[in-house]
Ligand binder design. Sequence first.
Ligand code: G6P
Length: 489
Amino acid sequence: QYMQNGRPPIQRLLVVANRLPVSANRRGEDSWALEVSVGGLVSALLGINEFETRWIGWAGVNVPDEIGQKSLTLALAEKRCIPVFLDEEIVHQYYNGYCNNILWPLFHYLGLPQEDRLATTRSFQSQFDAYRRANQMFADVVNEHYEDGDVVWCHDYHLMFLPQCLKEHNINMKVGWFLHTPFPSSEIHRTLPSRSELLKSVLAADLVGFHTYDYARHFVSACTRILGLEGTPDGVEDHGKLTRVAAFPIGIDSDRFIRALELPQVRNDIQQLKERFAGRKVMLGVDRLDMIKGIPQKILAFEKFLEENPNWRDKVVLIQIAVPTRTDVPEYQKLTCQVHEIVGRINGRFGTLTAVPIHHLDRSLDFHALCALYAVTDVALVTSLRDGMNLVSYEYVACQASKKGVLILSEFAGAAQSLGAGAILVNPWNITEVAASIGYALNMPADEREKRHHHNFMHVTTHTSQEWAETFVSELNDTVVEAQLRTKQ
Ligand code: G6P
């Protein structure tokens, strides 16, 4: 149906994610300011030309009135986005509650709510019901826009019910689901009261993808141990129906970063930063202010390093960009206070009249400022306690072609699987080890830095986000073809 001027038909790709790649701010009754958010998923999919992409998701704003909903729908259509409208109550129960207070911590091995978070567990059932309702709302929008031949790609832990909702409506829909977080050991997953429902729903998809082989393996064992199904080398089998399960490690649009470094504005920023930090080594952390990122542990390791190495105290600075996130969830509010307290203490302890050891910023930087900062950094510290992949580590490597700085990387980030040979891998819980690695990185000879950087740079520039998206979608197409062949036999 999309055949144009004799060219082969272009397949439509419906990308369904909780958050749209643009967030909306209301300016008037029917006027909107749209801000493009360039995260990993967005940049991955912007680069693929083989498909005609439509996004379906939440615009991050409450729009209770019909005029607003109509005008926002029109404004988003220009960006190829289709909104799902969620009211305040459902956002509270589904997004703040079930997604970010239950699934997110659990999938990152922080467990289910305990003690002061216990109050939340009492409303577990209502949050779970809201989660199902929200997933059905996403499904309704997909169903309304779906055309024969489309591929539907569902994303992340917010939408684990979506594959089942979609298949119940149309068994022939091609449905893929990809998880951007870790999938934990089945021993962790089995603590979740709704463990079976979620697994069964995900299995309704034709193809299920994870960042690493380990996450895929954990998912398959959860299905075998909790649901009693059979795990095969290709996935999970349920009474003759196979759901393919595989690893598809995401990447970044590395060219975009490399090109940015050539822009006059960025070169200028780089020069200014070099002057500003002349005589000091620059260490950098860039994280959403999330408990999985291990920011307090990282800062404590830096404190230990300064404690043990007085000669470095005025020769190194740690810049920590902590991007506020999910600020309505109490755990995140507590974390902000905790980080501020530690930073204040260390700056008080080691600061002088002219300099402080930690520059802590509670905000995001625009893309160009971030590239400049990456380029002048001597040592990047990515010390997540758990992380699905972590693309900050990739972005840093992409911007280091001239400096060849060192990456200290948590062994619990998915990226450790791909950048492990070039980075210094650490256990972020072991503050002594991280402090020692900081010393090792700051003193590393140029030839070792070069070798390590080369390894990582090759990886980051060849395993790009475009390649990731194309591989997933082409496998999804193949999976469906295979299934059709099997039913014909
Ligand atoms: C993680 C999740 C994404 C999410 C992002 C930002 O990377 O995997 O699905 O969009 O965090 O979080 P937010 O809650 O602001 O969408």
